[in-house]
Write a protein that binds this ligand. Structure first.
Ligand code: FAD
Ligand code: DLZ
Ligand code: SF4
Length: 497
């Protein structure tokens, strides 16, 4: 007699998952399923598919060792197409009293489970530091949902980096000491890499066979796929990279895709690491004097602040959020994003790195590929699909607010108080991409002018009515007005080209 069928999704690989915590291996059955609907809802990077499927198989093994009866559907078996199909097959086999799942991180799948004929009871995902109810309370009645205010409340409530009622070190935010231009001398180590075991090799062979048309290089595959490996990656990051994390956070350097970033999003988003333990490890390193406050605070803010905040926004704004297009942008995403040729070195480098690693750090995503798509006026839905496809850490609850909101301003300013756009000046200051580019970051118009310079003004002029009154943008409009009529016309002609 089976009491419950418990669904565990590919990004729910935590022993602490609410439905496992409340479950009983003696009476309940766990369902895990590799299915075409999940491997195919966007053209995922092959490394991402391999990561998710291999981590799922390893987690299923661990559950079996812990005494669970796991019904596992493999993609290369004759299995169901969808998660609901897998639940129906197991339901028919064991007639449970109840089917339970933790609420998925994507509206698409929530709706599919709600419509599934077996009747699925969804419970909240309590692996996060802020519950969705708590976020809704915080958002209620506020005119602006700024991350910084949310973050301070989270600091107070969680106690991370607090000395009594005061923030550790005296300030809430140390960004004035962070975000320096690129300095190779501050790079100490790369994120930890792992050698695939036999189980991963088997998944790699299947992915090589089935997904070779998807954008992205499968080999070498160096991600960890178990909690033990993820814990080692965390320890390695804290010991070798965190101390200079703040200083190099926004820098971009050729051949240094990671700088002092830890790629821990991959492990956290699958559930192999919990955000609480990652923040606790960073705080402990600060308290022990191993890392300075600016790095510890900058890092913890990304998780306790940004990561929790974007999840809150995704669920607060509902299923239509991904269709937002406040600026009415409609151009197609350039072929360069899928590896097509381009003379723009920054775009070429970030896309090539994305193809090879399924990874780019935040400023590469925001200020190179995101910035360019926004300046061009690309349809945000296409930009969203690209980000959801190409990064190993991409799951909609975290990807969509970052893309639709922060990067493309398509939500009309819910996430970002002003659009993240820049001319070449920022890229040239923060990276070494411009050296050796066919364009010149210093040239604003005419021969050799960097497209970012032309498109930057074009974007601002196109959307003048909307942004001129923005407190932080008036100054750029005044600079445009001072430019002189002839030069302005030349810039706008150049942007058309
Ligand atoms: P680190 O720089 O080492 O940061 C530490 C941790 O902070 C990360 O592991 C991550 O969990 C968290 N974090 C940092 N910034 C953010 C943020 N803005 N939102 C949420 N969490 C954050 N992050 C994803 O996890 N998945 C995505 O699909 C994703 N898509 C993005 C799309 C765009 C357009 C942009 C601008 C950002 C996106 N981000 C996404 C946020 C950020 O770029 C990644 O979290 C980060 O690059 C992951 O690399 P890391 O672990 O080395 O990060
Ligand atoms: C991303 C992904 C992929 C590629 N494949 C599977 C899968 O075969 N089975 C599964 O349970 N989950 C997979 N996932 C993760 C889901 O897409 C993810 O759970 C939802 O998007 C909700 O975040
Ligand atoms: Fe990018 Fe312009 Fe610099 Fe070339 S010159 S790398 S296109 S910012």
């Amino acid at each position: 007699m089976v009491r419950r069928v418990i669904l565990v999704l590919g990004d729910q690989l935590s022993p602490e998952l609410a439905v496992l915590r409340d479950g009983d291996p003696a009476q309940d059955v766990v369902v895990m399923a590799e299915v075409p609907d999940e491997t195919g809802y966007v053209p995922h990077h092959p490394k991402k598919i391999a990561l998710v499927l291999s981590a799922m198989r390893h987690f299923a093994e661990e559950l079996r060792e812990a005494g669970w009866d796991v019904r596992y559907f493999r993609l290369d078996g004759d299995g169901p197409r969808s998660i609901c199909g897998a639940l129906m097959a197991v339901h028919q086999d064991c007639h449970p009293e109840e089917v339970v799942a933790v609420r998925p991180g994507e509206w698409r799948l929530i709706e599919a489970l709600e419509a599934c004929p077996v009747g699925v009871t969804l419970v909240e995902d309590d692996r996060f530091l802020c519950s969705l109810d708590r976020f809704r309370d915080w958002a209620e009645g506020r005119k602006e949902l700024r991350m910084e205010w949310f973050y301070r409340e989270m600091r107070r409530e969680s106690g991370f980096l607090m000395d009594g009622k005061d923030p550790a070190g005296g300030d809430w935010n140390y960004d004035k000491e962070n975000r320096k231009p690129a300095q190779r001398s501050l790079l100490q180590a790369r994120p930890m890499e792992f050698t695939p075991d036999a189980m991963t090799e088997e998944v790699l062979a299947m992915v090589r066979d089935r997904f070779s048309d998807n954008f992205g290089t499968l080999d070498p595959f160096v991600f960890g796929v178990t909690r033990t490996q993820a814990r080692r990656a965390l320890t390695h990051f804290i010991k070798t990279q965190l101390s200079d994390f703040g200083a190099t956070q926004d820098a971009m350097l050729l051949d240094e895709p990671y700088l002092n970033h830890g790629v821990l999003s991959v492990y956290m988003n699958l559930g192999l690491l919990l955000p609480r333990e990652v923040c606790a490890a960073a705080e402990a390193a600060y308290r022990d004097g191993q890392v300075p406050i600016n790095s510890a605070e900058g890092f913890i803010r990304q998780i306790l602040g940004w990561r929790e905040y974007v999840r809150g926004i995704y669920f607060l704004k509902g299923p239509d959020y991904t269709a937002s297009n406040e600026l009415g942008h409609s151009r197609d995403l350039p072929a360069a994003y899928w590896g097509g040729e381009t003379e723009m070195r920054c775009i070429r480098e970030v896309v090539a790195q994305t193809r090879d690693l399924a990874y780019a750090h935040h400023i590469q995503r925001l200020m190179i590929t995101g910035n360019y798509a926004l300046l061009l006026g690309v349809d945000p839905a296409q930009v969203h699909e690209w980000y959801l496809s190409v990064y190993a850490d991409a799951f909609e609850w975290v990807e969509a607010p970052n893309t639709i909101g922060m990067s493309q301003w398509a939500d009309g300013g819910v996430v970002a108080s002003k659009p993240y756009v820049s001319s070449a000046n920022y890229i040239s200051k923060m990276s070494d991409y411009c050296e050796g580019c066919s364009y010149d970051p210093e040239v604003k118009v005419g021969e050799g002018a960097c497209p970012f310079n032309l498109l930057y003004w074009d974007f601002l002029v196109r959307h003048r009515e909307r942004f001129e009154g923005n407190r932080r943008m008036g100054v750029v409009y005044r600079a445009w007005d001072r430019m002189g009529e002839e030069k302005r016309a030349e810039v706008l002609r150049g942007a058309e080209g």
